[in-house]
Design a protein around this ligand. Structure first.
Ligand code: KMH
Ligand code: ZN
Length: 283
């Protein structure tokens, strides 16, 4: 049965795009927070965060991550999810350390995948260690699934290590990456029927697959992830101006599907994240 509300996740930055190629890409903390505020107003309830350093290069610097988590909590009520995927060049130990910034949620990719000309490495021992850290530190994992084989690896992870912190299994199908599953309605259906019973899921289609994947996800009872991490073209020949317009379009699609955007409080309940907000904001 379809949920009656849609979780909209925004992934505003990613690790791959250069600021010079996409001026609307948020790369400073100030730009990230302004983007988060605009996207919350437009209907997002969760933000998937990658940071950039002073030269706009991807970074997993722990102090910067802590500052970002705290600024996002101060200025928005979005569920804050830190990427543990980082960039393809990031060492495993830096990716594991991300959890020390105490986010509400983190991404956890369920297997290695070709990633364009690169390899996004997620070997089994790393997955297990990262998952056990999410359990110990009470961070809700979002299982990133780039391929059908990743769905099988997710089952293996749950069978081996038990349920996630919070007790909910929430997944994101990342589709259309060169090397992963295609961004098609058929692939959405194939992946979703293989998910663990009761799992909630969103889907994101990279590049030109963004709209077919969003429409297939809504039709199949899923949630949506959009943002400039995944999509830089709004329509043929028209670059994305900013993340908020992608969230706005997702909110319109969800509303049209009679499943309007979920509030941040509803998202917290659905994902069962630990409440780490400062007392004045949580009250
Ligand atoms: N940047 C990609 C190599 C994640 O955030 O967990 C990995 C990625 C997935 O974006
Ligand atoms: Zn990411």
């Amino acid at each position: 049965m379809s949920p009656d509300r849609t979780l909209i996740t925004v992934a505003p930055t990613g690790a791959e795009t250069a600021k010079a190629d996409a001026p609307g890409l948020p790369v400073t903390l100030h730009e990230l927070v302004a983007t988060a505020e605009a996207c919350e107003r437009a209907g997002a309830a969760l933000i998937h965060v990658h940071l950039r350093d002073a030269q706009a290069r991807p970074t997993l610097d722990l102090t910067a991550l802590r500052d970002a988590v705290s600024a996002l909590r101060e200025r928005t009520s979005l569920v804050v999810q830190l990427s543990t995927g980082g960039a393809v060049t990031d060492p495993f130990e830096d990716r594991l350390r991300v959890l020390d910034a105490e986010p509400d949620s983190c991404s956890l990719t369920c297997g290695t995948v070709n990633f364009g000309d690169d390899v996004f490495a997620n070997p089994w021992p790393f997955m297990v260690e990262l998952y056990q850290r999410t359990q110990a530190l009470q961070v809700v994992p979002e299982f990133e699934l780039f391929d059908l084989g990743h769905v099988a690896a997710l089952h293996r992870l749950l069978d081996t290590c038990g349920e996630p912190y919070g007790g909910r299994v929430h997944c994101d199908l990342v589709m259309g990456v060169p090397g992963g599953m295609p961004g098609t309605a058929a692939a959405v259906v194939a992946a979703v029927q293989a998910l663990p019973a009761g799992a909630t899921w969103s889907a994101t289609g990279v590049g030109r697959t963004t709209l077919p994947v969003a429409l297939a996800a809504l039709a199949s009872g899923g949630h949506l992830r959009v943002g400039m991490e995944d999509t830089l073209t709004y329509a043929r020949g028209r670059p994305v101006v900013d993340n908020a317009e992608l969230v706005m379009r997702a909110a319109e699609l969800a509303t049209l599907a009679q499943r309007p955007p979920m509030t941040t409080d509803e998202a917290r309940v659905m994902l069962n994240v630990k409440d780490r907000r400062p007392a004045h904001a949580a009250g």
